[in-house]
Design a protein around this ligand. Structure first.
Ligand SMILES: Cc1cc2nc3c(=O)[nH]c(=O)nc-3n(C[C@H](O)[C@H](O)[C@H](O)COP(=O)(O)OP(=O)(O)OC[C@H]3O[C@@H](n4cnc5c(N)ncnc54)[C@H](O)[C@@H]3O)c2cc1C
Length: 343
């Protein structure tokens, strides 16, 4: 039984029936159909930085290695077609080198290009959907190839159609990006706001610096980034919390874009703050720790089990709910023996 430990950045000990990689659609469909005929579960994997295997997986893991980057430009835009198996940060770095700007806020996010639309990756005020033009997919059951436009993907905060109507139904083979040659840098967030005369290069290197200082490197300490999503609450819920805690950090959400609060509609409260207030920052339970400098991240201190992770996650959810009446939701994809599970 092959080990899944090296295939997931959280690094829990878990195995599966088989792990197979593919670099084109024909080989993907062949492996998929063989597994299906054996009635085996399948799971498509990129870099494993958002997937936590909480127990042995009773099926086949298909690792995407579809590569290739092509580019052309018009007077107003750069167009990029990128294989889903390309590494996201390497791709961002290449874009910076070529002066194809736009992705600088999203530097150093681990994982593959093919997974970036699944949860609409975002950081420091940018979400990737701003630059997604089209997505090339293959329907698993029929092998039919389809092209989805940006609107078809129903992007939201860490959300897309690939987590709902198309969940486990398609393989993303290529992501097509469209980068405007003239656009405004996004520097409204945290330390980026302090940059003098910001350039895309300065934003890129500052983002890398901030991330390295705050987030644990999965190569040294197993983790899957933010374990929970930042909850979005109504104005009434926010005001009730703010009455008791006048320092509660928050952002107003305007159709997916976050701005410092001026008018209050839907309000996003950092889950890290809620978890900290609930007393979990730096707390260790068995072999799982709530990270001391970023409590939104749970880490594997070495030898943690799936049940250790689930126990810690459930404790955090219950405590935050008890204290604030807010239900945290996992941002990570949790896997049991047959596929995705919920908490
Ligand atoms: C240290 C750290 C920091 C992080 N920071 C951020 C951050 O700032 N912002 C952010 O948004 N995320 C962040 N993440 C989460 C993670 O990096 C992203 O979600 C990333 O896009 C996952 O890519 P992956 O290839 O590793 O996905 P995987 O874990 O391999 O897969 C994730 C999901 O996508 C599906 N999938 C993958 N590829 C395909 C495909 N080709 N076709 C169909 N389905 C597919 C999988 O089945 C799974 O459901 C962080 C993670 C870590 C470890």
């Amino acid at each position: 039984m092959p080990s899944l430990q090296p295939y997931s950045t959280f690094g829990l000990a878990a195995s599966c029936d088989s792990i197979q990689s593919f670099s084109d659609v024909t080989s993907f469909l062949s492996i998929f159909n063989t597994s299906k005929n054996k009635n085996k579960a399948i799971y498509i994997l990129g870099g494993g930085s958002n997937s936590v295997f909480t127990e042995d997986f009773d099926g086949t893991i298909l690792v995407n290695e579809i590569k290739g980057i092509s580019h052309f430009d018009t007077e107003s835009h750069h167009y990029l077609r990128v294989g889903a198996g390309e590494n996201w940060h390497d791709f961002v770095t290449l874009c910076m080198k070529e002066k194809w700007y736009g992705f600088e806020n999203l530097a150093l996010i681990p994982g593959s290009v093919g997974a970036c639309p699944i949860q609409n990756i975002g950081a420091y005020g940018r979400e990737v959907n701003a630059f997604i033009d089209k997505i090339e997919c293959v329907f698993l059951e029929s092998g039919e190839q389809v092209l989805l436009g940006n609107e078809d993907c129903q992007f939201g905060y860490r959300d897309s159609v690939f987590k709902h109507a198309l969940a486990n139904k398609v393989l993303i083979t290529h992501v097509n990006f469209k980068l405007p040659k003239h656009y405004e840098l996004e520097t409204s967030y945290g330390e980026l706001a302090a940059l003098t005369e910001p350039t895309p290069e300065k934003v890129y290197s500052t983002v890398i610096q901030i991330r390295k200082s705050k987030l644990p490197d999965p190569a040294e300490l197993g983790n899957a980034g933010s374990f929970f999503k930042n909850p979005v609450v109504s104005k009434a819920v926010f005001q009730a919390i703010a009455q008791e805690y006048d320092s509660v950090p928050h952002f107003v959400v305007h159709g997916g874009v976050e701005l410092p609060a001026t008018e209050k509609e839907q309000i996003k409260i950092p889950a890290a703050w809620l978890i900290d207030q609930a007393g979990f920052k730096g707390k260790t339970l068995n072999k799982v720790r709530c990270h001391p400098t970023q409590p939104l991240v749970l880490t594997n201190l070495g030898g943690a089990t799936g049940s250790d992770v689930l126990t810690m996650a459930k404790d955090i959810i219950a405590s935050v709910h008890q204290k604030f009446g807010i239900q945290l939701e996992p941002e990570v994809r949790l896997l049991g023996s047959k596929g995705l599970i919920s908490l």
